[in-house]
Design a protein around this ligand. Sequence first.
Ligand code: SF4
Length: 342
Amino acid sequence: MDAEEIKKEAKEALYWKSINDKIVQCTLCPNFCVLKPDEYGKCKARQNINGKLYTLVYAKPCSIALDPIEKKPLYHFLPGNEALSIATAGCNLHCKHCQNWEISQAFVWQVPFEKVSPESIVEHAKQAGVKIISYTYTEPTIFYEYMLDIAKIAKKEKIKNVMVTNAYINPEPLKELLKYMDAANIDLKSMKPEFYEQICDARLQPILEAIKIMHKKIWIEITNLIIPTLNDSDEDINSIIQFVKSLNKDVPLHFTAFWPAYKLEHLPPTEESTLLKAREKAIEQGLRYVYAGNIHNIETNTTYCWKCGKPVIRRIGFMVIENALKKGKCSYCNATIAGVWD
Ligand code: SF4
């Protein structure tokens, strides 16, 4: 399909307002794009068509796959389960290090996609026998209407909904979405406004506000990708730890390794020692569940009981190899381990 054919199938968006009879403003994310007739939003997923705002990606996923929930990463949410994972083209951020830039920085007609209704996604999950649907790979906020419709049907069918998000979403649509969402992994890239401005083309403050809203309503885990020279200083790491601690010491924090990609191919990958140091520091500061991901290290991907220190969930890569939790409690000392468990 080309741009004109996609336009004919577009669905009216949920969050926007008229500036005048021709110009619209999208109110879904903090970019607040103001669009003249036929213009596209910064996310490439929304267009002003005849003075109304439309989503171009509704029911047009470019990725559908089964992933372990550990891959999101969500380590304290139904461990050992698979999630039916979906995405459409587009993103409201333009991160220079994006690993999925081929789909996140594309219009829907520039990448292969299928037409799949929300009902069919849920049916697919049921047939695959999975308990979780995950909105991921690109930024799910930009396929908000599709995600919301799937999540509503899934919830009725007792299937959980999780999102992997940059948290660049406005409070009103977020609160509506959270009625149907069960968990989120949030990519908190830095606590420096200039990092978001220069590397991601975004602003930090709305992200912190969205994280606080999510934390009040659903289970969250935070990921911080450590990029050499850009956000790997002691100050960078400390400020991430302090923010997570200000939410709650039970919020899991995942430090993950950068791999050179997209516009940051000239930077080196993150050294394992940097991740280990960051993890140690976070544990010292009192966070209870801190992981170092994207590296082969069983210890840094193990969940330890905060009270007795024994390992309660061991993982190799994304595979759970041992689960010593009993109804969410450590089977050695009976301490409660925060999370959503079977
Ligand atoms: S969702 Fe897209 S169109 Fe809407 S404000 Fe954000 S970037 Fe702009």
